[in-house]
Design a binder for this molecule. Sequence first.
Ligand SMILES: O=C(O)[C@H](O)[C@@H](O)[C@H](O)[C@H](O)CO
Ligand SMILES: [Zn+2]
Length: 257
Amino acid sequence: MTMSAIKIECVLPGNCRLDAPVSSVALRQSGGYVATIGTKFCALNWEDQSAIVLATVDKDKKNNRFNDGKVDPAGRYFAGTMAEETAPAVLERHQGSLYSLFPDHHVEKYFDQVDISNGLDWSLDHKIFYYIDSLSYSVDAFDYDLQTGKISNRRSVYKLEKEEQIPDGMCIDAEGKLWVACYNGGRVIRLDPQTGKRLQTVKLPVDKTTSCCFGGKDYSEMYVTCARDGIDPEGLLRQPEAGGIFKVIWQFLFLYG
Ligand SMILES: O=C(O)[C@H](O)[C@@H](O)[C@H](O)[C@H](O)CO
Ligand SMILES: [Zn+2]
């Protein structure tokens, strides 16, 4: 099996200007979107370009903001926070927390002491929650109760190797394997959370790969985001596509002989 990464153009119909960093977006069941903006969970209406605040977290931490977020199969919007960085991965430690916004708009806090709250997803049977706090260099798992949204029994399922650098965004595939974007590592890696082994590495022509998800026909393509922030002009000459979105296409080669 081979794969290739190509750059795609990002075309959004119109835009919605906001006054704080948007760190994650999800579809809303009643229409429009929900997003984490600054330290707020907001409902976004693309037509009238409005953002309505549903809840605010970390009110006592003025330098904090949300980072990655994702909705669980029962409609809870999980998202974690971090202190604002002075440079990529340079920040006041242990300032973040993990939260979720329930469908009735109340917020629950799971834990604090997080450095950079990042990738998250659920196992295919919804019994495990996978989570990354980037500066722990670990992909962790919790038992998950979909009925209540409770997590328990934290353990590590994979520790990143040195050249893999910093674990960032994450998604799960149809076989229950995890894909992790490696910030500064210029790659996404496929992990078996049962055995703790890395199964595959897909390298990209940019260093600061930040997240990944499946899309396209039958979800057969992977979309990978990357950052441009924090790369000096010389670095940008080497990786002009930094800040773009890549599409990874799997090509199956059948060899007869
Ligand atoms: O944009 C993202 O997806 C991140 O989570 C960021 O906050 C950075 O990657 C961070 O600078 C290094 O971990
Ligand atoms: Zn991230």
